[in-house]
Ligand binder design. Sequence first.
Ligand code: NAP
Ligand code: GCO
Length: 263
Amino acid sequence: MDIFRLDGKIALVTGGSYGIGMAIGTALANAGARIIFNDLKPELVERGLAGYEALGIKASGYVCDVTDEAEVNGLFEQIRADVGIVDILVNNAGIIKRIPMLEMTAADFRQVIDIDLNGPFIMSKAAIPGMLEKGHGKIINICSMMSELGRETVSAYASAKGGLKMLTKNICAEFGGANIQCNGLGPGYIATPQTAALREKDAEGNPHPFDKFIIAKTPAGRWGIPEDLAGPAVFLASDASNFVNGHILYVDGGILAYIGKQP
Ligand code: NAP
Ligand code: GCO
């Protein structure tokens, strides 16, 4: 079972101060990895460090905007000086804007693409030289149901996550021969701050219509929790997946396999 261990590996999780990123960082740490994360604001980095410390995990946190190539290159230089060369990169940072397409501005569309697709490109481009130097590397891109399906109001997000699926396959194509595996994790509907609005009860305490829809659409009959991603993330970060490349592993409770329960 040592093939699932990450001892001696350095893992960088973007946007890792809470939510899915924190859960994945925690899982990789529990498998032996040295955890590093970045976030947009110092107070978020402090929050993340406190969260990891409370779990007995010694993490390192840095302020860095994944869309700023100069900041990202500086981040990797700082990490190399402070900790070492990154072995595992988890491109987790992301936003969503739920706006009907005809009401969405081009600026809104561009911002989502910038963070959710350009960000992973910039981060991967900065991480790969070190991985080539070490002779191995793991890149895990956090995709989505929207890498495969459309939905009203999320045109920018679906375009970004669909592109992220194809960036994953392209990194596989360009660097698979250098022992770098790039795969995607495709979470279903997970209870985090990003989906809080879709789960809000009304004044009478009735469930949100979308909440009921997702429950009916998910064979597991529940929303996922960030911890549901722990095992799949460790698998894709470990030697257990050294011959898995360009694959999107969906962790969705069965949503993509299911037409949905009759109302
Ligand atoms: P979340 O709770 O909104 O957390 C996203 C994290 O990314 C936050 O820490 C956020 O910081 C950070 N971030 C945003 N823009 C950034 C930037 N430019 N540079 C650095 N960090 C940035 O989201 P989540 O639910 O944990 O989702 C994490 C990832 O999983 C996202 O890529 C999301 O698209 C994907 N996903 C989520 C679900 C779901 O159902 N929750 C399902 C499938 C995929 P701030 O707090 O400062 O914004
Ligand atoms: C939405 C949700 C989804 C989830 C996730 C599903 O508005 O439909 O936010 O996009 O975040 O991406 O996999």
